[in-house]
Design a protein around this ligand. Structure first.
Ligand code: GAL
Length: 427
């Protein structure tokens, strides 16, 4: 098994927006007249599917910590673009939440380098966490021997979700394996009168782009894009961007976020959607949080075209910001997030696999057992949109370039913007 973890170096996160800060650290009357101190947990898991995992971990936290009250400071918006803008302004104003969600890799390295986080070596020593997380993952959340977050999961980004009946009606026999097959199939669906590819808000296009780059370039060339002196101007990248243009020409109208786009597939309005495996939680969880759909019947999955054998990964982790108003409460949360019990409650509902190596594998069924197997055997590539390979500044420049491309469809201009984004990333 060969692991290709990306060396992630990042600059500080730029604070762009000034938004109102959420409260945290207040004293509140708990049951029995005791004062339960609030612990402000900042994430972006508010939507259907996403919130179920958080709720499960929150229940464990409440049971184990009657002296603390979980305060959900989640900010809506898939993939956290809105949440990170608010977080950035809070951090700049030295008003951090007690703990916040950050992606392992370049994104977290940004918070570390700008001096916003406390080292968690004391916690890793106390709970012997170095033994339970893969060393390569620890490398992504460390600087100079200090570890700065607790990873709660591993997500896969490069998943092609599809509706088996829509494919069948369009005369398509199974999921496309290559980008070329994908384009042929998109065209067949179009002719059959359904939406070939559903998309959501703008970040979902960056998510789509990372799968198309990986599927077009291959793993080694994709990974090379994030190394020093990477060549974004070559003809293979041009071809990958042309593929992106063709694929996008089959997209339906942009939905508000990833859930309504995924739902178009589950409802049989659209054939395909490329989205991370949080979509599984949404498809599969019971109707209070998810859609309660049946796998292989209402929805199905495969590696996104051209990426079989490679796991494009990302990992959600929780931090201890310097100056957390309720530091003890934050540490209590981190302990739950780090625990086997916490991870095994969270991940089956979140649609992710545990970061811990010793989790109870029997809890990960259906899509998630496939996921675990791929994780154990695949090569690795890091996600762009979800913080692994590009720092915030670089990701933002890529997002802007995708936004312009959506309007003008000019591949040459798009490539120039990506070349400039790489050059100016400061990474
Ligand atoms: C990612 C995050 C996932 C999931 C997804 C959609 O950035 O890592 O946990 O929440 O966004 O919102």
């Amino acid at each position: 098994m060969r692991r290709r973890w990306m060396a992630a170096v990042a600059v500080s996160v730029a604070g762009l927006l000034t938004l109102s800060a959420c409260g945290g650290g207040d004293k509140q009357e708990g049951g029995g007249g005791q004062a339960a101190k609030k612990v402000e947990v900042f994430s972006w898991w508010t939507g259907p599917g996403e919130a179920d995992g958080l709720k499960a971990m929150r229940e464990i936290f409440a049971k184990q910590n009657p002296n603390f009250e979980f305060f959900d400071a989640a900010v809506a918006g898939g993939s956290g673009d809105q949440a990170r803008a608010l977080l950035s302004s809070k951090l700049q104003a030295n008003q951090p939440p007690d703990t916040f969600q950050g992606h392992a890799g370049a994104e977290l390295q940004g918070y570390i380098k700008s001096g916003k986080l406390e080292s968690l070596n004391f916690l890793y020593d106390e709970l012997k966490l170095k033994e339970v997380f893969p060393q390569q993952l620890i490398d992504q959340i460390s600087v100079q021997g200090q570890v700065y977050s607790v990873p709660v999961n591993i997500h896969r980004s490069n998943v092609l979700w599809f509706n088996p009946s829509v494919l069948k009606d369009a005369g398509i026999d199974g999921a496309p394996k290559t980008i070329e097959e994908f384009i042929t199939d998109l065209d067949k669906v179009k002719k059959a009168g359904k939406i070939p590819l559903s998309i959501g808000s703008q970040w979902t296009l960056v998510h789509l782009l990372e799968s198309v780059l990986l599927g077009s370039l291959g793993t080694d060339a994709y990974n090379a894009l994030w190394t020093a002196n990477a060549d974004w101007s070559n003809a293979n990248v041009t071809k990958a961007l042309e593929n992106f243009k063709t694929i996008l020409s089959y997209a339906g109208s942009p939905q508000d976020d990833w859930q309504p786009a995924a739902k178009q597939v589950a409802d049989g309005e659209a054939a395909f959607n490329i989205m991370g495996d949080w979509a599984y939680g949404y498809f599969h969880n019971p109707p209070e949080g998810g859609l309660g759909k049946e796998s292989h019947k209402d929805f199905d999955w495969a590696a996104s075209p051209g990426t079989d054998g490679t796991f494009m990964w990302l990992s959600d982790s929780f931090t201890l910001p310097k100056g957390a108003p309720n530091r003890d409460g934050a540490i209590a949360w981190l302990k739950v997030a780090a625990s086997k019990e916490g991870q095994d409650a969270f991940n089956p509902l979140k649609g992710s696999i545990p970061a811990r190596k010793d989790a109870d594998q029997s809890l990960y069924k259906d899509y998630l057992s496939w996921d675990l197997e791929q994780w154990a055997n695949d090569k690795l590539a890091g996600s762009i949109q979800h913080g692994v390979v590009a720092n915030d500044q670089w990701r933002q420049a890529i997002t802007d370039a995708v936004g312009l491309f959506q309007q003008d469809n000019d591949v040459a201009k798009f490539q120039q913007a990506l070349v400039a984004a790489a050059k100016n990333s400061g990474q």
